[in-house]
Design a protein around this ligand. Sequence first.
Ligand code: FAD
Length: 364
Amino acid sequence: MTTAVSPLVLAGAGHAHLVAMRQWIDRGYRAPEGAVLISPTPQAWYSGMMPGLIAGRFSEQQCAIELAPLCRACGLELIIGEVAQLDAHGQILTLTGGRTLGYEYLSLNLGSVPPQPRNPDYSVVMVPAKPFAPFANQWQSWRKRSGAMELAVVGGGPAAFELTLALHKSLPHARLSLICDKTLLEGLAPEAARRARNLLVHHAIELRENTRIERASGGWLMSESHRVQKASALVIATGAGAHAWQANSGLDCDDFGFIRINANLQSISHDRVLASGDCAALPDTPHSGVYAVRQGAILAENITALLAGQPLRDYQPQRRALVLMATADGGALMSYGRWAASGRLLGLWKDRLDLGFMRRHRME
Ligand SMILES: Cc1cc2nc3c(=O)[nH]c(=O)nc-3n(C[C@H](O)[C@H](O)[C@H](O)COP(=O)(O)OP(=O)(O)OC[C@H]3O[C@@H](n4cnc5c(N)ncnc54)[C@H](O)[C@@H]3O)c2cc1C
């Protein structure tokens, strides 16, 4: 069987590709005949609003962008599928199920998966915060449960904190705890971490800091050799981990499996491959949606320049980013450099930014 070769494959409908597609549409640019976008789902979920969905502040429809209209408007064919393997030397992608697709140029914006503790006896239900569709399904089934449950969230960053508050609000029958391997919100303003701890105390949510969960066994969460606590389920919000297949793709990857790119967002080993957002590794560029969005604007230009044989532009990461964490009550906690603040007005500001992003990237 011969493998079809596409002039341009966009793999993953992450923040950066959404921004790039929108820019192409604004400029009236149409992708070359045969160009495709590969996505496991017909919608792209917007992570910034997921805690709001769990807290009951948004509907699923408000948090997802339909991809078909976006693709149609910029001349991409939408393929529903998941990349399972990449042969960067042969320029061939293999999707789950075995379908293969060759490419002339490839742009990867596949996000990440949170690193997960081991669960050899499956005694604790482990639910990664990403991908969102299965996470949201699991959450719906917890909502329908009537009996008490012991639910823990593992991870100490903004997403883990937001999800903990949101789960607390939507699952009143759950006893909740948040477990971090360092201190809560490490790296953000110390005052933001102090306010976050106070909020957890206020809601009677147990916080365990400097506790690394390595595995589950017999219904217990285990740190190295000792039992930390019992849990029926564990939500995993441990930050960005690379998709396992990236390290075997032939692309130059860092020690954690993230694709190493240059300032043009090109793979440092394969210049026909671009990578952006969480799946890529670039100095001074944290894995966060804010940075992925900024890369999207450069990506839009660099993909078209690459196809036309023109010079590419550099992406310059911003020195610091604003972090706005939803507190499940319509408010938000802000950290910017050493500054922190919280309250209702910040929640309104966060909603405005999030809903504005959704409006801009929706075509229906
Ligand atoms: C609950 C939560 C809340 C967050 N809130 C914020 C926030 O408020 N601000 C912020 O800056 N960051 C936030 N983050 C982090 C943020 O989600 C990521 O940093 C950001 O999504 C990365 O964007 P991306 O462009 O790399 O890809 P993503 O937006 O993660 O998208 C990746 C896409 O690739 C697709 N995909 C995955 N695997 C494959 C595959 N094998 N083949 C094809 N497609 C694939 C996925 O379906 C997805 O559509 C949050 C994270 C979580 C978990």
